[in-house]
Design a protein around this ligand. Structure first.
Ligand code: ATP
Length: 286
């Protein structure tokens, strides 16, 4: 991975992408994409279908290796691997839910804290070097998180018995259990109703504050959030900054107000959709 003069590293803390390029065979999915997610900020990534949002998310998680550019975390080179994200203070929720079907809600959330527990929850499950004190602490923290997210009453339920919106919250609780300094949310509003999306918005706005209270991997550093999402109302209401992708390129970066008024953004959306819906159009936000 290399950086040209035009794509030199952006200074400052948090996560930064510098001139990222990804190709799938002859198809360029990301082209010279640079962005930064500063500590304590919620940064949204939007764009029409096929713009490269999921690919970008997969690069940050280490599922896709870029052919150009680089990543840094607090100015240090980052070569992400999915199995090492927790150690770096990065947690993610994926599209859909992805909970462990055989574990209760509380156990799912405890599993999210594995990387921060002295005797990991998985090793506890396997009976390896289990520490009762660690397990009690993990369970207490999991129950606190479930309480914060308003789903403590489901702690002992199996995921399959719960409504989709509750399962999405469990997935969020599991990600937060890792006490991340960077939380990656991949389409968290997918499949949710209007009221659930509004509640999710309130949750996301409070995430930087909440993670800081829990200490986070960066001690006093507030949590930052990268939100990849189609739901325009949600993105516009919770993000400090928005990055707009179209055909793998960044066509706009700015505050929600700047993005809403940017003709290039409107054109990108109108170019793929003659009748944009309230969820999909940047202009449709009150
Ligand atoms: N594994 C892959 N192999 C080949 N092409 C891929 C692969 N993953 C993505 N692409 C292509 O890369 C481009 C970007 O896809 P990506 O899924 O990142 O877009 P997106 O913005 O997330 O789209 P959507 O909003 O529909 O989820 C698309 O043209 C897609 O077909």
């Amino acid at each position: 991975m290399t950086g040209t003069a035009a794509t030199r590293p952006i200074p400052g803390g948090g996560l930064a992408l510098h001139g990222i390029g990804v190709s799938f065979g002859g198809l360029v999915a990301l082209d010279d994409v640079s962005l930064r997610v500063p500590p304590g900020q919620v940064v949204g990534v939007i764009g029409p279908n096929g713009a490269g949002k999921t690919t970008l998310f997969n690069v940050i998680c280490g599922f896709v290796r870029p052919v150009a550019g680089s990543l840094t975390l607090d100015g240090q080179p980052l070569r992400p691997r999915p199995d090492q994200l927790t150690r770096l203070g990065i947690a993610r929720t994926l599209q859909g839910v992805g909970l462990f079907a055989g574990l209760t809600v509380a156990e799912n959330v405890m599993a999210g804290a594995t990387g921060s527990a002295r005797a990991g929850f998985l090793s506890a499950l396997l009976g390896l070097g289990r520490s009762d004190r660690d397990e009690r602490r993990l369970r207490a923290e999991a129950l606190d998180l479930l309480d914060e997210l308003g789903i403590a009453g489901h702690a002992d339920a199996l995921p399959a018995t719960l409504p989709y919106g509750v399962r999405k919250r469990v997935a969020l609780a599991r990600a937060l259990a890792a006490r991340p300094r960077l939380l990656l949310l991949d389409e968290p509003a997918g499949g949710l109703g209007v009221e659930e999306v509004a509640n999710l918005g309130e949750l996301i706005v409070g995430l930087p504050r909440r993670a800081a209270r829990h200490g986070g991997a960066g001690d006093d550093e507030p949590c930052s959030v990268l939100l990849v999402e189609h739901h325009m109302d949600l993105v516009m209401s919770v993000c400090h900054q928005i990055v707009v992708l179209d055909f793998g390129r960044v066509i706009a970066t700015g505050t929600p107000e700047q993005i809403r008024d940017d003709p290039a953004v409107t054109e990108a959306y109108l170019g793929v959709d003659d009748e944009p819906t309230n969820q999909d159009s940047p202009e449709a936000v009150a």
